[in-house]
Structure formats: C-alpha cells, structure tokens
Unconditional design. Sequence first.
Length: 335
Amino acid sequence: MLIKKPDLIRPSEITPQSAYLNRRQFMQGLAGTAAFAASASALALPVPQFDKGLPVYTGPDWLQQQLRAGVSNKALSTDEKIAPYQHAIRHNNFYEFGTGKGDPAKNAQDFITDPWSVQVSGEVNRPGTIGLEDLIKPHQLEERIVRLRCVEAWSMVLPFVGVSLATLLKQFEPTSKAKYVEFTTLNDPKQMPGQRSVFSSLDWPYVEALRMDEAMHPLAFMAVGMYGNALPPQNGAPLRLVLPWKYGFKWVKSIVGIRFTENMPATTWNKMAAQEYGFFANVNPAVSHPRWSQATERRLPSSLFRPNIIDTQPFNGYGDEVAHLYSDMDLKKWF
Ligand code: MTE
C-alpha cells in the first residue's frame, strides 16, 4: 500500500452535525454509555439527511424499502464517535478505482452496481449464482458501528448496515471439506480504471479469504449499506465485508464471488508481498509492518495540528470476542 502524508482536512470540510449523527447520538443516549450498546429491537431508519452538496446513495428500491422497514441494533456496536460522512466517502482505498485516497470518490461514481449477482462455488451443497436481492432480502438488516483500522495506520468509526456473514454463508450449506472461504471483487477493467493501469502492481481480481471459523464468527459482517443508506460505490457497493478485528485490506469490496475451499486460498496482498501482508491480518500493535509501526493509529478525522493519534489495540479492541480463535497460534509468525 502506498504511504501518504497525513491528509490536510480543512475545517470547512467537517460536517457540523448531520441528522444521521444526531439520530445515532439520540439512540446511544437511550442505550446508555457502555462500550457496547445493546438493543435487540428493530428500528425504522429515517432517511438520512446530509449537508447540502454531499452525494447520497439510495441503491435499488428493494434495498431502500428494506432499510426503512427496520434495522436491528445488536450488541456488537461501539459507542465511539462516528466519522463525519464526508470523510467516509472521500478517504478510501479501492485500488480498482485508483491508488489516491480521493480517487475512488472521483472515479467510481458511474460504477454500475444494480443488477448484481454473486457466484457461489466450491465445497458447498448449494452452489450457483444468486441475485443480490435474493441474497439479502430474506434477512433482517442490522446496523453495526465498528472501527476500521487500515494497515497504513489510520482508522475510522463507521456505521454499516448489513447481515451477519454466518447467516449468509450457512444458506449455501458448506460441506465438511470447507475449511476456508474466499471472496472476489468484480473484475471489469472497462469500469475500473485501476485494473487497466499499466502501473498496477496488484493481480486482479482482488481476492481475500478467511478460515471458516473466522467467517462464522458473529463479528464477521456483510455490509450493503452505510450511514443508514446504500453503500456508496467508493465504499464497496453493493456488497462488502466488514471484519472489525482485521486490517482493512481483508474487507473486500464489491463482491461477486464466494468460494469455499479445503486449502488456504492465495490472497491479493499476500501474493504481492507475503513478508508485509499476512493471510490472517489481525490488527496487532506488537507486529510492525516492515515499513511502519502498528503501535499507534491516526483516528480520522485528523489534521496536521490535531493529528489524533491513539494507541492501537490488539485485535483492534475486539480481543475479548475473537482472541480464542487464535489461542494455539504464534501471532508473530501467523500475522
Ligand atoms: N477491496 C477492493 N476490492 N479493493 C481495494 O483496494 N482496499 C482495502 C479494503 N477493501 C480494497 C478493498 C483496504 S486497504 C481498506 S483500508 C478498506 O477497503 C478501505 O475501506 P473504505 O474505503 O470503505 O474506508
């Protein structure tokens, strides 16, 4: 991943208070101030209103209807301050649309994400191609406010909407041979300038994978929305992974393929530089990347004068939930 100087964010770019954040704060007030706010009831999401001039992504009609019908808010959200919307949609890593943080917001606006389907293959009883609506609609949507920690040492708190990954995967009936599950991003150089670029060092399509027990963990999530609306194209519309205890490069965007395998799949960043990007990619302040330390992170929004540097937590602060998955592993070796 490219290393860039900290972004200079002008104060005028910071949204004062969006209706969305007000609503979240109101809900959190109701839920108390515990680190994990718990509420099992389904809440109808109001249509979010952002500051004038900011794009709003509504997605297909069926998704809008589902979002407005009610979203449950389970015990897996943090009550930390959510990043202002404009940072979430303008500071992105989506190399298919360019390597600069602002490139995806510029280059992905015409990206066609409807209709969309996902091909399911490998060690499953029910392989085949499934349309996005058929994949998502049978399930109750859930909102998860989580920390995204990038291996480049910046982080953001983002409110996603989607479905638990286990719920989605179980319906395909993985066989007993399925030990891993691989996720693939769309490969479409016509739409994705990064895939056409002669300077690209990545092998397309972008592929990441999980061990089955990781994929079935309650924290693993498949998002279709963000900030109460559909996912913006630059954030991985229409379907992306959310894996809060892992570095952001595992959070595959714009997924078109799910393949269950017996052997550990080759993954994009690990193929590019195995000594820099491990297969597991669990957030770990004790294991530095060869080019930069992982001990701290820059929590966005930040600026030159307010860098907002905080300590990085093992497993990105989700150790109580996930550490047991790795109890018999040397995490310095299996980084
Ligand atoms: N998925 C694809 N297909 N291509 C990418 O370049 N970048 C990853 C991940 N998913 C990436 C991707 C990285 S490095 C990060 S940090 C997160 O997306 C960033 O997600 P965001 O842009 O929504 O903040």
